[in-house]
Design a protein around this ligand. Structure first.
Ligand SMILES: Cc1cc2nc3c(=O)[nH]c(=O)nc-3n(C[C@H](O)[C@H](O)[C@H](O)COP(=O)(O)O)c2cc1C
Ligand SMILES: C=C(O[C@@H]1CC(C(=O)O)=C[C@@H](OP(=O)(O)O)[C@H]1O)C(=O)O
Length: 399
């Protein structure tokens, strides 16, 4: 379930997303999809393209009176910038003499390996699809997945924890500070990226302005900057994913799809790389039992996954994003036609897309979790899936 495809070039007419097999009877609010598209566009550090676009979803099939039909859900997002690229990106017109080929590849982008692999002599044939414009379509798919997950009380949050070398505390640090007085809902409200708030939400609000200033200084230098964001998921039941085969493990599904986001170069679950340096006595989450709560843990180093399965604790993921490859002070490159020394192409570009990517990270996480939930509880309608889910909860209660 929730298999999907996206299509579309960055400066083509529109982006398309098709979700192949959703359960019937799922309530989908178009406004909630638009909210996520809006959040993705807000991130601090973006370039001028975001002033042109104002992404809105168009539903083409699969939804009737706000409920899924169990048929393919197809959606499109118009590229407003298309109007400025009618000649350069025309699908069914011969190439005009005025359309210049782009021949100076950018280090760090798909330009050169893509041209060599696909035998293109115009780098635009590669970059148009490599572009993270595509993440708008994935965010729309994620927004549908989120609405499915909400039916099961699952919520996905994110915030920025590092810009350049400037770090802020993460969710695990925050919870460890005052475990006795920790109020989960209050912390969630204070900590995570929201629709109506600053476009760079860092849990440690004292660092938010410093992070923005850092992005501004990289922009002033004609440079770019990367960072790390953290995703936290609440409300997951025990047992999504499986230990029985490598490709059924929840981490392998999460890592594969999250690494599929443009410019993401590292995935960490729970204490991750830091955990590798801890003694075993400090690295694991001791098991307790309470008649009301059932089995629970006093810490969450595992980040909510043990043996490839959710263990009922919060899912905690951190993703490293490299600095944006297009630089105003362009890097050294070589022309693919003349083979002579040239500086890399410098198109209009973002300086930092870590806050924006955190929204894409939420969407992709929601997609993986919706897929895993549908795999475990199966069914053609949302009612059938819920029935299976509720009877599983009963089984856990009686365990
Ligand atoms: C939300 C988002 C916005 C991005 N904006 C830009 C940009 O404006 N300019 C650019 O060169 N790369 C940008 N990137 C990164 C490139 O798309 C990415 O580095 C490129 O496709 C090569 O893929 P790779 O970094 O995964 O190897 C962005 C990535 C994301 C997730
Ligand atoms: C369009 C989006 O991001 C784009 C991602 C991107 C890249 O190379 O990845 C390059 C830029 O495109 P342009 O050259 O048109 O300014 C970004 O604006 C978007 O996120 O919607």
């Amino acid at each position: 379930m929730f298999e999907y495809l996206t299509a579309g070039e960055s400066h083509g007419p529109r982006l398309t997303a098709v979700i192949k097999n959703l359960p019937a009877g799922l309530r989908v609010e178009v406004e909630k999809i638009n909210d996520e598209l809006y959040r993705r566009q807000q991130g601090y550090g973006r370039g001028n393209r975001m002033k042109i676009e104002s992404d809105k979803i168009i539903i083409n099939s699969g939804l009737r009176h706000k409920e899924t039909l169990g048929t393919p859900l197809s959606m499109t997002i118009e590229n407003k910038d298309w109007q400025n690229w009618l000649e350069a990106m025309a699908p069914d017109k011969e190439r005009g003499a005025e359309v210049e080929a782009l021949t100076n590849p950018r280090p760090g982008h798909a330009d050169l390996p893509g041209a060599l692999k696909y035998n293109h002599r115009d780098l635009r044939n590669v970059l148009e699809r490599a572009s993270a414009r595509e993440t708008a379509a994935r965010t729309a798919v994620g927004a549908v997945a989120r609405q499915f997950l909400e039916e099961f009380g699952v919520n996905v949050y994110s915030h920025v924890v590092q810009i350049g070398n400037l770090k802020s505390e993460n969710w695990t640090d925050l919870k460890a500070k005052n475990p006795e007085s920790f109020n989960e809902q209050e912390a969630i409200n204070n900590y995570f990226e929201k629709l109506d708030q600053t476009p760079l939400r860092c849990g440690d609000s004292t660092k938010t302005e410093a992070m923005k200033n850092l992005i501004d200084s990289w922009r002033a230098n004609g440079d770019s900057v990367g960072g790390v964001f953290e995703i936290v998921v609440t409300g997951l039941p025990v047992g999504l994913g499986s230990h029985v085969h490598w490709d059924l493990k929840l981490e392998s599904k999460l890592a594969a799809q999250l690494m599929g986001i443009q410019a993401i170069k590292g995935v960490e679950i729970g204490s991750g790389f830091k955990g590798a340096g801890l003694p075993g006595s400090k690295a694991h989450d001791e098991i307790y039992y309470d008649l009301n709560k059932g089995f629970y843990r006093s810490s969450n180093q595992a980040g909510g996954i043990e043996g490839g399965m959710t263990n009922g604790e919060e899912l905690i993921i951190r993703l490293a994003m490299k600095p944006i490859p297009t630089l105003a002070k362009a890097l050294h490159s070589a022309d693919i036609i003349s083979k002579k020394e040239r500086t890399a192409a410098k198109e209009r570009s973002d300086v930092c897309a870590v806050p924006a990517a955190s929204i894409v990270g939420e969407a992709v996480t929601a997609i993986v979790l919706a897929q895993s939930t549908a795999d475990k509880f199966g069914g053609d309608s949302i009612k059938e899936i819920k029935r299976n889910y509720n009877s599983y909860l009963e089984q856990l209660k009686k365990f």
